[in-house]
Write a protein that binds this ligand. Structure first.
Ligand SMILES: [Fe+2]
Length: 202
């Protein structure tokens, strides 16, 4: 392959991922401002994603930011169907041909555990659960952003979720099952952040 072809392919990929990010930002801005605090949370997650994206290969960064914009789109009232916002968002994305974003959104922040508690495990399994630094980073950004968009520790975020959903609530039961895998995703991302900052100091 000549150098010109290789650069053309790289530029082409950057265009595609850049377009996904732009589309995600404009759809979120169109549908989510009515959600108030939830929209503030999403913008906080996006801001966090912009920072954390530096640990990912350049081609992955727009995917993380696009997923951050749309990870809670399933809370928009017209999209609510199953009771799992992650699944409702994923179904909406699939219908728009955004299969990778659908998988990232379906499985963000251990949503499979809530789907399981709701009896939606088989529906959730129809979406690809990628095990990647990008998927880990999305969960990290969601868990380090408060319900109203402020930067918080993972412990503060999980404690707040417990406080907002009472004993016996589906979300709380699911969260208690999800915690070990969430902690692992956060740990892997923190490790990548530490490695990147060490490399930057060299
Ligand atoms: Fe979120």
């Amino acid at each position: 392959m000549c150098c010109g072809c290789r650069f053309a392919i790289v530029d082409g990929l950057a265009d595609v991922t850049g377009r996904e990010r732009q589309w995600a930002a404009s759809e979120a801005a169109r549908l989510m401002p009515v959600l108030g605090d939830r929209w503030r949370h999403v913008r906080g997650v996006v801001a966090q994603a912009e920072l954390v994206a530096s640990v990912l290969p350049a081609s992955e960064r727009p995917w993380l930011v696009a997923a951050a914009y749309l990870h809670d789109i399933g809370y928009v009232s017209e999209l609510v169907a199953t009771g799992s916002h992650a699944l409702d968002g994923a179904v909406w994305l699939r219908a728009r041909g955004r299969e990778r974003l659908a998988g990232l959104v379906a499985h963000h922040s251990g949503a499979r555990f809530e789907a399981g508690v709701r009896g939606l495990g088989a529906v959730m399994a129809a979406f690809d659960r990628e095990e990647s630094a990008t998927a880990d980073a999305l969960t990290y950004c969601d868990l380090t952003t408060s319900a109203a968009g402020a930067r918080v520790s993972v412990k503060e975020r999980l404690t707040d979720i417990e406080r907002r959903y009472g004993d016996g609530h589906v979300v709380r039961i699911a969260m208690s099952r999800a915690v070990p895998s969430l902690v692992e995703a956060v740990r892997r991302t923190e490790l990548r952040l530490a490695t990147a900052s060490k490399a930057a100091l060299r």
